[in-house]
Write a protein that binds this ligand. Structure first.
Ligand code: GLY
Length: 352
């Protein structure tokens, strides 16, 4: 088992290891010795695979499963109605402030459960058990929790660090290939951001990479950003590499293109644009694009630039008239490029 320690406003470990899901009860008990009741929140594709085994393990460690809430799978469930449903179930189950929520699933489940845990009784503990690669390397770590509003994704939420993250690579191995590939875009992002050895490992091994090593490296890099800037006021924004355009692609496609694939397009465009402006070498951009292609990820889009530009302007991370674009300087090193909104459009166009 590997453990990555996160020393943010709450200190916790991300545990990574085969078979950990079956030991969840004991691993939760280590960090929540006084909790009595647990609310387990999951979704309809994950629950039949792991839900009962998780509950058995928690019961074996002496917990009462006071809430079993299984949301319909999909981002559409990350809404205010589901949020209230979870809160009401917690209240009906009579959870107290020393009790806890456990999120079993991908980013949707982790985000909404974290936000419900942060809100119920003004905050109870939450343990994250990610079951997608994307959730394992990104959303389960770092304490961002949220629900979507009608106007956009993740518009209501809270920073609330989990009590522990339990990541069992065996659970990721049952993912449909397409969902696994989606997570690979974020994995490649970490290599470009901070880790040329990770990037080289992915180039050498392609989809047959060493999953535990890759999970540990990605979580460690994310940990470093979170510890440096927990509340996302500066350095943590680098995690947005590929996301400024990626979010625009995702929204302009009416969410038909998945998050990971949209981020892949964003990464490729920003890499080509950075090379066109002399910020990184042509070779660096070519390596990024060809690694994305090696993983079967898209590297261009036919969506009209006007639509992408409109969505780019509504990016949550925009500060006044400035768009902060994260650009690669070389593999393993990136920086923030602040651009006026019109200049950001020109910059992106250079990468199409
Ligand atoms: N997903 C980006 C962050 O946690 O900051």
């Amino acid at each position: 088992m590997r453990a990555v320690e996160v020393a943010a406003s709450g200190r916790y470990e991300v545990l990574i290891g085969s078979g950990l899901l079956g030991r969840a009860g004991e691993l939760v008990r280590q960090v929540l010795p006084n909790a009595e009741k647990i609310a387990v929140i999951s979704e309809s594709t994950v629950w039949p695979l792991y839900g009962e085994a998780l509950c058995r393990s928690l019961e074996g460690a002496g917990y009462e499963i006071a809430v079993r809430c299984v949301l319909p799978a999909g981002e559409e469930s990350k809404n205010g109605m589901s949020f209230l449903k979870i809160l009401n179930s917690m209240a009906e189950g009579r959870l107290t402030r020393s009790d806890a929520a456990v999120a079993l699933g991908g980013g949707m489940v982790g985000d909404i459960t974290g936000f419900a845990a942060a809100s119920y009784l003004r905050g109870i503990a939450c343990v994250q058990i990610p079951t997608t690669l994307l959730a394992a390397v990104d959303s389960s770590v770092g304490g961002k929790t949220a629900i979507d509003l009608a106007v956009g994704k993740n518009l209501a939420g809270a920073f609330c660090q989990p009590a522990r993250v339990i990541c069992d690579p065996d659970a990721l191995s049952t993912l449909p290939a397409d969902i696994f590939t989606d997570g690979c875009a974020e994995v490649i992002k970490y290599g470009v951001l901070r880790d040329s050895a990770l990037f080289a490992h992915l180039e050498e091994r392609g989809g047959d990479f060493d999953l535990e090593y890759v999970l540990e490296r990605c979580v460690s890099i994310k940990r470093d950003y979170v510890c440096a800037d927990e509340f996302d006021n500066g350095e943590r924004r680098q995690l947005n590499l590929g996301h400024t355009l990626g979010h625009a692609v995702e929204a302009a496609s009416n969410f038909e293109l998945s998050h990971g694939k949209s981020v892949a397009v964003g990464l490729a465009v920003v890499a080509r644009a950075a090379a066109a402006r002399g910020i990184c070498s042509g070779e660096c951009a070519a390596r990024i694009v060809s690694l994305l292609e090696k993983f079967g990820l898209p590297v261009k889009t036919d969506l009209p630039m006007d639509a992408l530009y409109t969505h780019m302007l509504s990016d949550k991370k925009r500060l006044g008239g400035t768009v902060n674009i994260i650009v690669p300087e070389e593999i393993g090193r990136c920086r923030v490029l602040p651009l006026a909104v019109e200049a950001a459009r020109d910059f992106m166009e250079a990468g199409f």
